[in-house]
Ligand binder design. Structure first.
Ligand SMILES: Cc1ncc(COP(=O)(O)O)c(C=O)c1O
Length: 362
């Protein structure tokens, strides 16, 4: 019956997420498996979130608050902005889809870096829009090349900052210059999923652009720093006119009640955020040292993952680590480079041990 589907749907690849731990345990008969494949928070959510969730469970027979009132107001207070500038999504991923639905007509162009977050491209094609993929230069977004691809058909531009899978950022001055070149009839989406991890004075805060410009959307998420990936909750910040468009394509109860309650509690627990940030810093240094010891180059990162060069076929590396109970991520189009999420010391040690065993076995 697939002939009944819209033509462009059949060309879309099914998204292959990082392998779940249970699947690997089942398939390989392993008891202990470490997942460093999807840039999740290695420690988990704040204990205060867990407490809130226990109570929230008693309310799951009610539909959630479709307007996300409490969370939108908590975020607005946190950032000092108007609640009407915030739109909630079932993960920021859903908002990428809503942006496509709300803004892309057939034939419109969406300029995006590559490799980058792999959902921009299919969600543009789903609308019969044209993805314009611009390769990175030196593992960083090539804003000059992206600017060169702007034309009267361009409707969207994606800036993934920090970029996944490289972990690199574009700085404030470069972004200022680039955004100055984008016409107002084109939307700039600043995907800042890893915003909370960045430790670099050059890093621009996307919300400043939202304050200054009508055509900027910032995407952030509770999946990474706040450890709520399993609940699916992200948000966009933009001018109310843009939020209004996104609201029109939103499912009535797109963000579940547990996610809303958990996000309010997660946002309030700044100590947990600080602890995760410190851990990420320390463990990043640990992984840098160990990769250097193994003679493997890596891209210095601003996020909670590292792209490294194993110097061997990435598929072999992936499979070999999998057999040793460590799930990482390849498949970015690099022959020998893979991405590892920065975990706890114990998880990182297991990863390094597995990698070292593979290199010795060669
Ligand atoms: C750059 C980037 N954007 C968006 C997302 C989606 O995050 P979520 O849908 O969990 O909020 C991810 C997740 O890996 C990401 O890496």
């Amino acid at each position: 019956m697939s002939e009944l589907a819209r033509g462009n749907i059949l060309d879309l690849a099914v998204y292959r997420p990082g392998k779940p731990i249970e699947e690997v345990q089942r398939e390989l008969g392993l008891t202990e498996v470490v997942k460093l494949a999807s840039n999740e928070n290695a420690v988990g959510a704040s204990p205060e979130v867990i407490e809130v969730l226990k109570n929230a469970a008693y309310g799951v027979h009610y539909y959630p608050d479709g307007s996300g009132y409490r969370l939108r107001h908590a975020l607005a207070k946190f950032y000092g902005i108007d609640p009407g500038q915030i739109h909630l999504g079932n993960g920021s991923n859903e908002i990428v889809q809503q942006i496509s639905l709300a803004f892309l007509d057939p034939g419109d162009e969406a300029v995006m870096p590559v490799p980058s977050f792999p959902r921009y491209q299919p969600l543009a094609r789903m609308m019969n829009a044209v993805p314009v993929e611009v390769p990175l230069a030196d593992d960083t977004l090539d804003l000059e090349a992206m600017a060169a691809r702007l034309n009267p058909r361009t409707k969207l531009v994606y800036i993934c900052n920090p970029n996944n899978p490289t972990g690199t950022i574009v700085g404030r001055e470069e972004l200022d210059r680039f955004i100055g070149l984008v016409p107002r009839r084109c939307l700039v989406v600043l995907d800042e999923a890893y915003f909370e991890y960045v430790d670099n004075a050059r890093y621009p805060d996307g919300l400043k652009y939202v304050a200054d410009l009508p055509n900027v959307v910032v995407l952030r998420t509770f999946s990474k720093m706040y450890g709520l990936a399993g609940l699916r909750i992200g948000y966009a910040v933009a001018r109310p006119e843009i939020v209004d468009c996104l609201e029109r394509v939103r499912e009535p109860f797109n963000v579940n009640s547990l996610a809303q309650e958990a996000a309010v509690a997660a946002l309030a627990d700044r100590r947990h955020v600080e602890a995760i940030r410190n851990l990420n810093r320390e463990e990043k240094d640990y992984l840098y040292r160990e990769l250097t010891r193994l003679g493997l180059p890596y891209v210095p990162t601003e996020a909670n993952f590292i792209l490294f060069d194993a110097g061997r076929d990435e598929k072999l590396v992936f499979q070999s680590l999998l057999r040793r109970g460590v799930i990482i991520r390849g498949g970015f189009g690099y022959p020998t480079r893979l991405r590892v999420t920065i975990g706890t010391r114990d998880q990182n040690r297991k990863f390094i041990k597995a990698l070292e065993a593979f290199l010795k076995e060669e």
